[in-house]
Design a protein around this ligand. Structure first.
Ligand SMILES: CC(C)(COP(=O)(O)OP(=O)(O)OC[C@H]1O[C@@H](n2cnc3c(N)ncnc32)[C@H](O)[C@@H]1OP(=O)(O)O)[C@@H](O)C(=O)NCCC(=O)NCCS
Length: 182
């Protein structure tokens, strides 16, 4: 499976990618993204579990590869997939040296297209820390609606933190694409 954009393409990550992925995960990324892996071994084990999670459509993650360098610059995709209810939660992280270059926007657009067209989801949702404007700007720019605040549902460092809940429906996404807006 390969999803292709202008600057990046997305492919399933493999166990052999563990080191490359792990070294991109700085503490700033860990602060706001849900990263379970504390060691390369954890990273390897997590990647090893992917084919089964994909087959069972529980979680589907992609490595984000920069076309120009062929390097993995981030990871993202769907966790909390509910195929019967037709919704899933999208998430993404990009390595710090590549921030603010439009990579997350392009990759997340591809995740949404995959979610609505290939997985036939009706709703794509996402959560973003209230104190993480980069994340909620990204989601709002992609046409997602802020539905409310999930109070102290998350952690920022050791402290409880609020999340915003976002979503976009297939009908809204279809309209946005039909109008060919960016
Ligand atoms: C959030 C994150 C994925 C954004 O990645 P990115 O590649 O820098 O984002 P993009 O360059 O595609 O920018 C998307 C939008 O967010 C805005 N943005 C990016 N970083 C920002 C920042 N630090 N502050 C305010 N806005 C920011 C951009 O200006 C852009 O908006 P625009 O189209 O109006 O210019 C990245 O900061 C990251 O990996 N953070 C850590 C993990 C995380 O928090 N993930 C989000 C979970 S949903």
């Amino acid at each position: 499976m390969k999803l292709v954009g202008d600057k990046v393409y997305l492919r399933y990550p493999t166990v052999d990618d563990a080191e490359e992925i792990f070294e991109r995960l700085t503490s700033k990324i860990r602060r706001t993204a849900h990263i379970g892996a504390k060691t390369v071994q954890d990273q390897r084990a997590w990647l090893k579990s992917h084919p089964k999670m994909r087959r069972e459509k529980q979680e589907i993650h992609f490595a984000i590869v920069e076309k120009k360098t062929e390097e993995i610059i981030g990871l993202g995709g769907f966790c909390n997939l509910h195929m019967r209810k037709k919704y899933g939660e999208v998430g993404v992280w990009i390595t710090e040296s590549k921030w603010k270059k439009g990579f997350a926007k392009e990759a997340t657009k591809l995740f949404m297209k995959y979610g609505f067209e290939d997985l036939n989801l009706n709703r794509v949702e996402a959560v973003a820390r209230v104190k993480n404007p980069a994340a909620w700007r990204l989601l709002e720019n992609l046409g997602m609606t802020r539905e409310g605040t999930l109070r102290q549902r998350a952690k920022l460092g050791d402290k409880p933190a609020d999340d915003y809940m976002y979503s976009i429906l297939k009908s809204e996404w279809g309209k946005k694409n039909a109008n060919n807006r960016d």
